[in-house]
Design a protein around this ligand. Structure first.
Ligand code: SAM
Length: 207
């Protein structure tokens, strides 16, 4: 889409306007607010790991919904501070970045959130593959850091590989749901996958 029509689309977008007015850093803030409400995401949650958090719209909403949440946020890009949030600048693909987050908390997490998008290449199929890699990495991290009834929510593009990914998630978590919040553009292939209760292999099976 040419730059001028993208600007035009933004100016007409009610969520873009509402985000500006409310001082949210992204229109995406409304997506997490809607999903938190419709799926009671923060119920029983004290500690959150937020992946791909910059510029921080989701983080602002988390803070607004529960001022006592412990939050660790990670992004490749810098992120302006949000009160009481530990921010780590780094890639979620790096194990030591995730270990740093675990050490900060010294406990398991109750919720992992991920709104990752790769840098757009302009080639749809390549962008879908890269996005799916980030979603797969999110659930791998979730398996590693969540407590037994923990939840993970991640953005996924519905494109090549999506159905296989979904089947795999159903094997790896007790409950899997797909969510399309009202603030997500109907024309966008994005959808959010909520997975609850990691199914971990018993120690004896791992060997
Ligand atoms: C759509 S934005 C997230 C918006 C955020 N939810 C908000 O409301 O402000 C996607 C983010 O994914 C981040 N990202 C992409 N690949 C990453 C990686 N490997 N590690 C960490 N962050 C990554 C980008 O830097 C970008 O900030």
């Amino acid at each position: 889409m040419p730059r001028s029509s993208e600007g035009e689309r933004r100016r007409k977008d009610p969520y873009y306007k509402a985000a500006k007015k409310a001082g949210y850093r992204s229109r995406s803030a409304f997506k997490i607010r809607q999903m938190a409400k419709s799926h009671n995401l923060l119920h029983g949650v004290d500690i959150v790991l937020e992946l791909c958090s910059a510029p921080g719209g989701w983080t602002q909403i988390l803070r607004e919904l529960n001022s006592s949440l412990k939050i660790v946020a990670i992004d490749l890009d810098a992120m302006p501070p949000v009160q009481g949030v530990h921010f780590i600048q780094g890639s979620i693909l790096e194990n030591d970045v995730i270990e740093q987050a675990q050490q900060l908390i010294g406990n398991t997490f109750d919720l992992v959130l991920s709104d990752c998008s790769p840098k757009v290449s302009g080639q749809w199929e390549l962008d879908v593959v890269r996005q799916l890699e980030l979603a797969e990495r999110t659930f791998e991290i979730a398996n590693q850091v969540l407590g037994p009834n923990g939840k993970a929510l991640a953005k996924v593009f519905q494109g090549p590989g999506f159905q296989e990914f979904l089947q795999d998630m159903r094997k790896r978590f007790n409950t899997v749901k797909l969510i399309k919040p009202a603030a997500s553009r109907k024309t966008s292939a994005e959808i959010y996958l909520l997975a609850i209760g990691p199914r971990r292999k018993a120690q004896s099976e791992k060997k």
